[in-house]
Structure formats: structure tokens, C-alpha cells
Design a protein around this ligand. Structure first.
Ligand code: OXD
Ligand code: MN
Length: 610
């Protein structure tokens, strides 16, 4: 490290930062070390380095670049993402972990010498707004200028925040190396490892580039934050944060947790509403209210189906000059093409698997799509016309509704409100969803994901649920809790159009302000037909028939009971808080009673009669 860079580091007066950096240099053996501060010159240096290194290439539109991850590095690698702990833990759920005495030597041997011939970048970030009691600090060391560039878009630069730490070691630390590269992509994917040391709040991630694996500040920091939150009595959640615009200019803030690729971003982007964040929120109780911030300042969004009709605002932002990184789309003559963009792709180009041409097939004779299903864009939220004005407020915004959603083709109604806070926690704890392309592995497999957070839980399930139950206590303004399901089908066909979610969210907003009555059913409160009819006309210009309502809101009691059987199987073996077990038992008996009285499928109008 030259003197100039050393001075930048020393100015932080932080012994732990020095210790980590010295250790990283000794282990990774880079040729050069560069320290990145909050200055615009340093940000430009990173952007240019990503181009010079071949990790990104410029596209025709100003500020746009393309980055490719290798063909086998197109989603989060769940199998090789593990916690490092020094003793066995009873998690209650399936959690991947390795004992430190084996895991640390293994990962350090793989990381050893990984930066030979390369440049190490050291940068600093805030997870959350600047000058905020919500925010955590993060130190990133990596040999990937793409990773640093993506983080500069997605997170607030935090060199100055580190100065304010006054030498404290209270920060998270991420060491990443893309490993050996061939044509700009990681070669040794068989040695891809993502190890998260829960005891030291540090992460090692190696031989990968896909941001879900490499960008420490995203899902890796999130796991460390979940542990911290559960120890300290706040919430770190897989949630969007948005302003829902109700009647008379009213803005009501919602958070919502959905598993990856199940509509979080598109909910936060519903036309007429404002977005604060689309992926990770920290929530705290402040003066009897729940307040929340977006941990990020950007979106690492799925680009498939972003088109002028369904996602006009993002489409506009992705097709005009500004800083955007496209990943794993098709490139032809300096232009990006993705699946579902509402335009015919060219006949050939370059994609994540190299040269692509129309009719290309894989080794099994299957057609190779021109772009990956999990292709992404990386953009700052402030670039969007619907960015909420309070997005960077250090005090956060007051949350009045929490939504849990999943990809459920056969059971849950499109929207329901919980009977109580504890019932809401129960609803969130029993989210089930069909797997998507955001993770490596088979798609469409039903998976139970408590609070849509299964992939990221870093504390025993009992502790996590207990923390949620306690969070609802002693509140002056208690958020309402909802479940949504945008994916309900009948005879193999979706029962709703994608934009219909606007009606569900606005109905929930109206409920917060006591504007709509609701029907009490065994699974929660559901909308009344007359209200939805008016709302569908106003918001969607659709004639919403009684048949539509019956198809969407009939309680599939038999299916709900099957789900409860699955939940009993999951939770039986786990020592859960008594309040949770009570909710489960009561849910089952309410459903059984309803089944006895009305049968397997119950029209919502039956509940109106009561
Ligand atoms: C994401 C994910 O990219 O959850 O947000 O996979
Ligand atoms: Mn996510």
C-alpha cells in the first residue's frame, strides 16, 4: 500500500480496521491496495477500474455498463453458503453451518493468494441512512471493482461514518475475491464458498461474482444484521418499504416481506405510490411507534418482464442515460436485451454463456434463452421518478402495515388481514412459496419460508419468532399485518392480472384508516365485495364481478387444512414459543369448524351472512 492510501486508512483511527486490512493483505497477497473514500474521484476510479479489468463494459447509453457472471454463477449458491460457529446450534430449521475449527482453515486455504496479480479495493459503507441510529457500518475488502461499483450504487458511502465510530470495532467486515478469472469470470466455481462467521461479524466469500454471493453488503450483511437485531430486540427483515398513497394526499408507510422473485419490487413500484426500498429494511420501536429505514439506496432488480406496459418507470430509467449496471442480459451492438422486455431480441449477441444465436441449444438439446431469467439491473432509487421523499431520513418512517406474501398457486386468498398481532406473526411464520430462479436449483418447489426469510435466518427459529411476538408489545401505533398472494390459480390459470395488486394494497391502506369494513373468516379479515367492486372500477377500470370475487376469495378450507398439516409437521419437532403454538392450534380448530359447517370450499358471501 502506498503512502497516500495508508494515510486514508490511518485517518480513520480504527485499530480493528487496520488489523483486518493487514490480515487480508497477508492472506490474499494482492499486487496493489487502494483505499476508497466518499470522494467523487474515488467513485470514478472504481467505475473506470471495472472497465479496465474487463469486469464491466460500456454500453451505448451513457452511464450504462454490462457485467457477466459465469454460466454456473447465476443465482445465490445456497449449498455453499454457511455459517461458521464454534459449537452446534439447535436452529429448529434447516440451516447450513460448519464448525469453525473445520470451516476457518478450509476457507482461509481457498482464499490464500487469491489476489496475486490483482488490486485489492478497501471501501466503507453505511447500511441505512447516514447519521442514523438505525444504520450499521460495513468494511468491504475485495478484488472486484464490479462488486465495489455495485455497492457504491446500492449502499451509502460510509468512509466518514467510520470516522465517527471513534475507533470502535462495531462494524461488519466482508472479504471477497472473485478468484482466478477467465474471460472476466470466476473459473473455480467448484471452490465457491460463502462463509459467514456469526461470532465475529465477518464474512469470507470466494470464487464468485453473482451479486447475491459476492456483494457482501446485501444478503451476507443481512444475515449478520438478523442476528444482531434478534439479540437487541429490533427487526432486520427481507422487506420492501414504500409509501402507499391513500385518500386526500395521505401517505401510509408499508413494509412487505416476500421470498426472492415473488413481487417485492413490483409491489414497491405500484403506480401512484412511492418507493423507499425493495429488499431489506431495519425496523425499530421508537416512542411507541414502529419506524423503519431502507438498508440500501439502490435496487438489484430482476430485469425479466420490465417493459413499458408493466413497469414503465423502471423501463424508462433503464433506457435513458444514468448509472446502471446490467447483468446477464443479451448484448448486441452495445444494446441490452432481456426476457419479457416487450421487444423482439436480435438474432445473435453475447450473453452469460458466451456467443448466442437464435436456435442455440444446450448439451441436452434444450433451447438456450437469449438472456438469463435471473438477469438483473443495478440502479440508485433516487434515479426513479417515484422515489419517496423520506428515503434518506435518518429517523426512518412510521410503519403502519406489514405485508407477508408468497407464490402460492392453490391455497391463500389474494389478501387477508390478521385477527391480532400474534395471528399476524403466525401468518408470516407460515408463508409458503414456490422456488424461483433467484437461487440455484429446481424452480416451482413449495418451500416453507418464515417471514419470507428462510434463506437468511441466522438465529434459531424460536428466538426469531419470539422477537417478532415481543416487537408488537407496548406500541401506541401497532401496524396491521396482512398476507397477500398474487399467484392464486384456478384450472391452471392465474385469477388476477399483475397490476391488480394495487387494489389489495390500497384496500389495506384504507383499513389502516378504518375506511372499509371486512369479513371475519377463520384465516383473517377479507375485503367485502362492494368495496372491491368500486376499487377495481376506479383503480383498474375493470368490472369486478361477483364470480371474480367468489373465485378469488372463496376459502379453500381443505387446502388450508392441508397447509396446516404441513405446518404441524414443521413445527412439531421445534420447541416454539407458547403464544405461537396457541395460534397454530386455534387456526386449525377454526378451520375444522368451518369445514364441518360449510365444507371444503366456502364462498366469501357465507361470512357476510353472519
Ligand atoms: C435478491 C434475493 O436478490 O433475495 O434480493 O435473491
Ligand atoms: Mn431479496
Amino acid at each position: 500500500m502506498d503512502n497516500k492510501n495508508l494515510k486514508k486508512l490511518e485517518a480513520l483511527k480504527n485499530p480493528k480496521v487496520m488489523e483486518y486490512v493487514n490480515e487480508a493483505i497477508a492472506l490474499c497477497k494482492p499486487d496493489k491496495v487502494t483505499v476508497i473514500t466518499d470522494s467523487p474521484e474515488d467513485a470514478a476510479y472504481v467505475r473506470e477500474l471495472a472497465i479496465k479489468n474487463g469486469e464491466e463494459a460500456k454500453l451505448n447509453t451513457q452511464g450504462h455498463t454490462i457485467h457477466f457472471d459465469g454460466p454456473k454463477d447465476q443465482g445465490r449458491d445456497k449449498e455453499h453458503t454457511r455459517y461458521l460457529v464454534s459449537k452446534d446450534i439447535n436452529w429448529g430449521i434447516d440451516v447450513n453451518y460448519t464448525l469453525k475449527k473445520e470451516g476457518v482453515p478450509e476457507i482461509r486455504a481457498i482464499v490464500d493468494g487469491s489476489m496475486k496479480g490483482k488490486e485489492m479495493l478497501i471501501s466503507f459503507f453505511a447500511l441505512g441512512p447516514l447519521n442514523s441510529q438505525f444504520s450499521l457500518k460495513a468494511l468491504q475488502v475485495t478484488d472486484s471493482a464490479y462488486v465495489t461499483h455495485a455497492e457504491a450504487i446500492l449502499y451509502r458511502s460510509g468512509y466518514n461514518e467510520f470516522k465517527k465510530l471513534n475507533g470502535s470495532a462495531d462494524f461488519l467486515y466482508f472479504l471477497h475475491s472473485a478468484g482466478r478469472l477467465e474471460n472476466g469470470v470466476s473459473m473455480d466455481v467448484d471452490k465457491r464458498r460463502i462463509y459467514i462467521d456469526l461470532e465475529e461479524n465477518r464474512v469470507y466469500t470466494i470464487n464468485n461474482q453473482y451479486a447475491g454471493n459476492s456483494v457482501g453488503l446485501k444478503k451476507l450483511a443481512f444475515r449478520l444484521a438478523i442476528q444482531k437485531a434478534n439479540n437487541e430486540g429490533w427487526l432486520a427483515e427481507h422487506m420492501f418499504l414504500m409509501g402507499v398513497h391513500g385518500k386526500r394526499g395521505r401517505i401510509t408507510y408499508f413494509t412487505g416481506a416476500f421470498p426472492s422473485a415473488c413481487g417485492k419490487t413490483s409491489t414497491a413500484m405500484i403506480p401512484g405510490q412511492t418507493i423507499i426500498g425493495d429488499d431489506i429494511a431495519y425496523l425499530r420501536k421508537v416512542d411507541g411507534k414502529v419506524r423503519a429505514v431502507n438498508v440500501e439506496q439502490g435496487i438489484f432488480g430482476i430485469i425479466q418482464d420490465v417493459n413499458p406496459r408493466d413497469d414503465a418507470l423502471i423501463y424508462k430509467a433503464l433506457t435513458t442515460p444514468r448509472e446502471v449496471i446490467f447483468s446477464n442480459v443479451l448484448i448486441n451492438s452495445g444494446k441490452p436485451y432481456w426476457l419479457g422486455m416487450g421487444m423482439e431480441p436480435p438474432e445473435e449477441g453475447i450473453n452469460f454463456a458466451g456467443k448466442w444465436f437464435k436456435g442455440k441449444t444446450d448439451a441436452n438439446g434444450k433451447p438456450v434463452p437469449y438472456a438469463h431469467k435471473n438477469a438483473r439491473y443495478t440502479i440508485r432509487i433516487s434515479e426513479l421518478d417515484n422515489a419517496d421523499k423520506k428515503a434518506d431520513d435518518p429517523k426512518g418512517v412510521m410503519v403502519q402495515a406489514i405485508v407477508y406474501g408468497g407464490r402460492d398457486s392453490d391455497t391463500s386468498v389474494p389478501i387477508a388481514e390478521s385477527l391480532t398481532w400474534a395471528h399476524g406473526v403466525f401468518m408470516g411464520s407460515t408463508v409458503e412459496s414456490e422456488t424461483t430462479a433467484a437461487t440455484i436449483g429446481k424452480e416451482g418447489v413449495r418451500e416453507h419460508s418464515p417471514m419470507a426469510n428462510l434463506d437468511f435466518l441466522s438465529v434459531p427459529l424460536k428466538k426469531y419468532i419470539k422477537n417478532h411476538l415481543a416487537f408488537g408489545k407496548n406500541l401506541e401505533v401497532r401496524p396491521k399485518i396482512y398476507t397477500t398472494n398474487y399467484f392464486l390459480k384456478s384450472d391452471g390459470k392465474y385469477l388476477n392480472d399483475i397490476p391488480d395488486k394495487k387494489v389489495w394494497i390500497l384496500w389495506a391502506e384504507g383499513r389502516v384508516h378504518k375506511e372499509y369494513k371486512a369479513l371475519k373468516t377463520p384465516i383473517g379479515m377479507i375485503p367485502m365485495y362492494e368495496d372491491l367492486k368500486k376499487m377495481f372500477k376506479k383503480e383498474r377500470n375493470k368490472d369486478y364481478s361477483r364470480e371474480d370475487y367468489i373465485a378469488q376469495f372463496s376459502l379453500r378450507v381443505g387446502k388450508y387444512l392441508e397447509k396446516m398439516e404441513r405446518m404441524v409437521a414443521v413445527f412439531n419437532g421445534i420447541d416454539m414459543p407458547a403464544a405461537f403454538s396457541k395460534e397454530l392450534q386455534e387456526q386449525i380448530s377454526r378451520l375444522k369448524e368451518t369445514k364441518k359447517k360449510y365444507g371444503d370450499i366456502v364462498s366469501p358471501f357465507e361470512f357476510e351472512k353472519k
